[in-house]
Write a protein that binds this ligand. Structure first.
Ligand code: IMP
Length: 423
């Protein structure tokens, strides 16, 4: 079976920490979508790492890690990421497998990302500018280059043809702020390094693992509200971030999907543009941002902050078929006098518990329920049953509303700041 772990909000829920925490139970951890727009933070033994493309199981010495076909890979960034983990994982090459069908992010994909964002002006998506959208566009448009192509004799010719097309588009957009030669030098050097890794036919690998009864964890990136189909389109990423994406992003049949873990923060954040009904664009929002260190792990950008949105959460639980919830960063709300969660949306005078199909053009007024805060002393050392009643009420209200149990509560970035709720 393949268990799945994914974010239920707009990304940055803390998937890296939980994937790392769950890894000892699994033989393989696999990424199935996204690319270096992700930033999965892991902390242990006083060390901190941010992973972008490499699965979060890499620090466990017996776990295999697969970058699946649904991922888009920037060889330059992957090389930099490997350099950051190499001293901690000198044996990483034995345990890192890369799908030959994963698409390559070319230097001109990154330039195109910047060119189209700057051409959009105020309507920009707030992309991470890692080339994600243009790479997936070429994949769907059937003109992309894949990891396996770098082993073919005609790679350079195909590369040149695509780059010529990209340059026409970049010129059309009037964008000139780049040095392609410099980027290409780094890119071709990084391709040589990439060739020294295990580049595999990953759909056979993963299905062999399933036949052998191995336990696999699929690690989502971004968040469900950034899914290209069901997220706050067009302010989304360009991949399928939901459970459904596991099947196409790894090459496994739906019947192999096992337990789905859905991760959410005790409040809400979003980075980049787009609708955010429960946003706190005020001092309170700033307080949460500072206490929660809500700055992008990949780009350093300020994350927008807001109250927990149960309407959106119920929607993404439904879309993903979540079995168990994991709540992150409850400690960030420590010391607040009162806090709120959105239980309904008011849309054109009607109360609804559904996310409108066009969240961007619909005026949504969240209806909140207020809760008393729980003081400063919340700690994972207490165990759930001994925690402040106000915190327990908050948790139980969320569970009752969502009709789903929260199995794990995280109260800090370290591996051990984690409470198994029903233990
Ligand atoms: P892109 O995926 O870089 O094209 O960005 C599209 C949108 O998704 C932007 O609003 C980004 O800020 C957001 N986004 C992309 N990756 C992440 C992530 O890992 N965490 C949170 N937001 C993300």
């Amino acid at each position: 079976m393949i268990d799945v772990i994914l974010g239920l909000q707009w990304g940055d829920e803390g998937k890296g920490k939980i994937a790392d925490y769950l890894t000892p139970k699994y033989d393989v951890v696999a990424r199935f979508q996204g690319g270096p727009n992700a930033g999965h933070s892991l902390e242990f033994e006083g060390k901190k790492f941010v992973l972008n493309t490499i699965p979060s199981g890499i620090f466990h010495k017996t776990t295999l890690n697969l970058i699946g076909n649904g991922v888009v890979i920037d060889p330059v960034r992957l090389g930099e990421e490997i350099a950051r983990i190499q001293s901690e994982c000198p044996d990483y090459k034995d345990r890192l497998l890369i799908s030959q069908k994963a698409h390559l992010i070319l230097p001109t994909h990154r330039i195109l990302d910047a060119a189209s964002e700057s051409a959009k002006g105020d309507a920009k998506i707030g992309s991470t500018l890692r080339g994600i959208g243009p790479t997936y566009r070429d994949k769907i448009g059937r003109s992309g280059l894949r990891v396996g192509d770098i082993l073919e004799a005609d790679f350079n010719n195909r590369y040149a043809a695509i780059v010529a097309d990209h340059l026409k588009m970049i010129q059309f957009l009037g964008y000139t702020d780049f040095n392609l030669k410099e980027e290409e030098d780094k890119f071709f050097q990084a391709l040589e390094f990439l060739k020294t890794h295990q580049l595999i036919n990953s759909e056979y690998f993963i299905n062999d693992c399933l036949s052998q009864g191995k336990k696999i964890l699929a690690e989502g990136a971004q968040g469900s509200m950034l899914d290209v189909e069901f997220g706050s389109y067009p302010f989304v990423t360009s991949s399928n971030t939901l459970t459904g994406g596991v099947c196409t992003g790894l090459g496994v049949a739906p019947k192999h999907i096992g337990k789905v873990y859905g991760i959410f923060k005790a409040y809400c954040t979003r980075v980049g543009s787009g609708p955010f009904p429960t946003e706190l664009d005020n001092d309170l929002g700033e307080e949460i941002r500072v206490k929660g260190h809500e700055f992008g792990a990949t780009t350093g950008r300020k994350r927008r902050t807001g109250w927990l949105d149960l309407v959106a959460l119920k929607y993404t639980i439904m879309l993903n078929g979540v079995d168990e919830l994991i709540m992150m960063k409850g400690d960030v709300l420590n010391g607040m006098e009162n806090l709120s969660v959105a239980t309904d949306y008011e849309v054109n005078g009607t109360i609804s518990q559904q996310v409108p199909s066009n969240l961007c053009s619909t005026q949504v007024n969240p209806i909140y329920r207020e809760f008393p805060g729980w003081g400063e002393n919340l700690s994972h050392l207490q165990g759930f049953n001994n925690m402040d009643d106000s915190f327990k009420n908050y948790v139980h209200f969320i569970e009752n509303y969502l009709e789903k149990k929260i199995g794990v509560i995280s109260l800090g970035p370290q591996r051990d700041a984690t409470v198994i709720k029903n233990a």
